[in-house]
Write a protein of this length. Structure first.
Length: 636
């Protein structure tokens, strides 16, 4: 967005004249952004059903609310102007064939993706749409007085709406979908200082240079940062003096990791191949760094023959500097001759390149002879491992107390011994655990006096030193033990917790706590109310979710003994809201939160959300009627 400017009225008229002569697809895309001010991503995401319903164009195009940068953007909509209606009708009448016209079909279908490959139709990319807009601006012969692009049309729309709304920044921001007026002001350039006049170029005497962020002075272009890059010949001469030989060395110097070289001047770009001012002159990194071109293939091959290397592995070892008995690699000999473009026509293989005519060197790898399955099982039984995790830790050398794995013992025994493999229990010789009978185990857990599943897990993990440790025949997860599945009847039965207290008695107990809200109840359940007694084991923490209380549950006010507050009658409540002289729902919410000290506090019989109050549902007609401001505000 930064650097993009709005079109002037003459430029806008010239652009419209050119747009009307474009193909229907391009005309509809450019006109849609110029007349609605939508972003290029929003336009690409539109569907046929967003602009055409019930065999007619919609009167207004809406963009649903969505999340961006962690915040929820509100719903936006814009009217369909006559200029936009004509462009859309012409485009929809000439939609490209090859796909079924449905409301979910993208409005601007890509010509390359989806339909040609037999898949579903996909929309064009935002970069392709941006190129269409930029090409249209170029066809209009608009001088590049600043950076022109898709945001230029959006700024033009913002300037036009700002003038029609009587220079109202807030409503203009609503039309553009901005979250703050600061962004709208930057769009309208209300706080921007007038640009300074640029000095005339040396080679031009007809007129001074254009006062914008992109200025051409002679041959060299000034970048957007304000300081122009050094001219390409002098910059290339400077880089030659550094005697840097590769891209990695160049970036190490640019990041300040080469203390033996001078620091990078501010007029030398870090990535010269991406600098727009150098694009016409760029011929590659070898030209930029002053590295000589590759030696001719015949001479380079002759040099490689003199090294007496036998394989590409030895060649790569010499390239990495691992052969001190050989000379270093010259800068005009490529490290990877197979990738050098100048050698592609002459390359015939590594044997031809190295001049080696002897037999092919192959590393003879002796085939391992694994231990037999009985011998491997006997070795594993001696380790006395009990679980697969312990086996995995032993393979990873995380068990220094055990001997290392022999070279003839496979790491994947289920693959090596496929015909003889049975189970991990047989491989490790794990003795199957025999759990204590269910009745005896449940009686033992009753004696622990635990009340919840969390307390049971804390005891299992050894976090309850006041209780005896878990015996080996008591499972840590009794509900998952196969021997207990048929007899399992829940954690309350396992821990010996009594059934829930009768609803009437439990409600009477809750009334005695004198709690007023659901939040206070949860704080008491979590033990954050030391002034109140602890929760008994037969009182549920969440009575609204307890199956035994489902028939009697009548809401939290009934459970806590709080009388339901009746709301003020709608006409009197609305009259009170009119007296506050608030203009928007946001101001109402700020007053409800107590952020308006200049206004009286909210009475208890005035609801915080009148639009959601059941007693007001029949009379509710919107926030303007509730707050008492006229419906003269127009949305764009």
């Amino acid at each position: 967005m930064s650097g993009h400017r709005a079109l002037t009225p003459p430029e806008e008229r010239r652009l419209l004249h050119v747009v009307r002569a474009l193909p229907p697809r391009h005309r509809a895309l450019v006109t849609l952004q110029l007349e609605t001010g939508f972003g290029i991503r929003d336009i690409v995401s539109l569907r046929i059903g967003d602009v055409w319903k019930r065999d007619a164009l919609v009167p207004k195009i809406s963009l649903p609310s969505k999340r961006r940068n962690g915040s929820l953007l509100p719903t936006r909509w814009a009217p369909v102007t006559p200029e936009l209606a004509g462009a859309l009708r012409l485009y929809l009448a000439q939609l490209p064939g090859g796909c079924e016209i449905t409301p979910k079909l993208p409005l601007f279908v890509s010509r390359k993706q989806g339909r040609r490959n037999g898949g579903p139709a996909r929309p064009i990319t935002s970069s392709a749409a941006s190129e269409i807009v930029k090409a249209t601006v170029c066809l209009a012969r608009i001088e590049p007085n600043g950076s022109l692009g898709t945001y230029s049309l959006r700024r033009t729309f913002a300037r036009r709406v700002f003038a029609k709304l009587g220079n109202d920044v807030t409503l203009t921001g609503v039309a553009l979908g901005h979250r703050s007026t600061e962004i709208t002001k930057s769009y309208l350039e209300l706080d921007a200082k007038p640009p300074l006049e640029a000095k005339p170029s040396r080679n031009s005497t007809k007129r001074p240079a254009t006062p914008a962020s992109t200025i051409f002075t002679g041959r060299q272009r000034q970048p957007h940062s304000g300081s122009s890059w050094r001219r390409f010949p002098s910059a290339r001469k400077f880089s030659h003096g550094l005697k840097v030989r590769s891209i990695a060395e160049w970036f190490a110097w640019a990041r300040g990791k080469r203390s033996d070289l001078p620091a990078r001047p501010s007029d030398i770009p870090t990535v010269p191949c991406n600098a727009k001012a150098y694009r016409k002159f760029w011929k590659g990194w070898r030209d930029w760094l002053g590295v000589k071109s590759w030696r001719t293939f015949a001479l380079a091959r002759e040099f490689a023959h003199g090294l007496n290397l036998r394989s590409n592995r030895e060649w790569l070892a010499w390239v990495r500097g691992e052969r001190p008995d050989l000379p270093a690699r010259p800068s005009d000999i490529p490290a990877y001759p197979t990738h050098a473009k100048a050698y592609r026509k002459f390359w015939k293989g590594w044997r031809d390149w190295l001049g080696y005519t002897g037999p092919r060197q192959r590393v003879a790898r002796p085939r391992r002879k694994w231990l037999s399955y009985p011998e491997a099982c006997e070795f594993m039984h001696g380790l006395k491992l009990q679980t697969f995790r312990q086996w995995r830790d032993w393979l990873s050398d995380k068990r220094p107390d055990l001997p290392p794995r022999p070279w003839n013992l496979p790491a994947s025994p289920w693959v090596t011994y496929r015909g003889e493999w049975t189970t991990w229990a047989a491989w490790l010789r794990v003795t199957p655990r025999v759990w204590r009978p269910f009745a005896q185990a449940r009686e033992f857990s009753h004696g622990l006096n635990l009340h919840t599943h969390h307390e049971w897990l804390a005891w299992v993990h050894g976090n309850r030193p006041d209780l005896p440790p878990r015996p080996s025949d008591i499972p840590a997860q009794p509900r998952h033990a196969k021997a207990y599945r048929k007899l399992w009847n829940g954690w309350r039965d396992w821990l010996g917790v009594k059934s829930w207290r009768a609803f009437a008695l439990a409600r009477e107990f809750a009334h005695g706590l004198n709690l007023r809200t659901y939040r206070e109840w949860l704080a008491w359940v979590r033990g954050e109310r030391s002034d109140l007694p602890a929760r008994p084991s037969d009182i549920p923490a969440y009575p609204d979710r307890t199956p035994a209380y489902r028939e009697f549950w009548n809401g939290w006010p009934d459970w806590l003994g709080v009388q339901r507050k009746s709301s003020r009658i709608f006409p009197f409540a609305r009259e009170f809201a009119h007296g506050l002289e608030l203009k928007t729902m946001r101001e109402w919410k700020a007053w409800v939160r107590g952020e308006r000290p200049d206004l009286p506090a909210r009475p208890s019989d005035i609801p915080t959300r009148p639009d959601r109050t059941p007693a007001y549902r029949e009379f509710w007609e919107g926030w303007p009627d509730w707050l008492g401001y006229p419906r003269w505000r127009h949305r764009i």
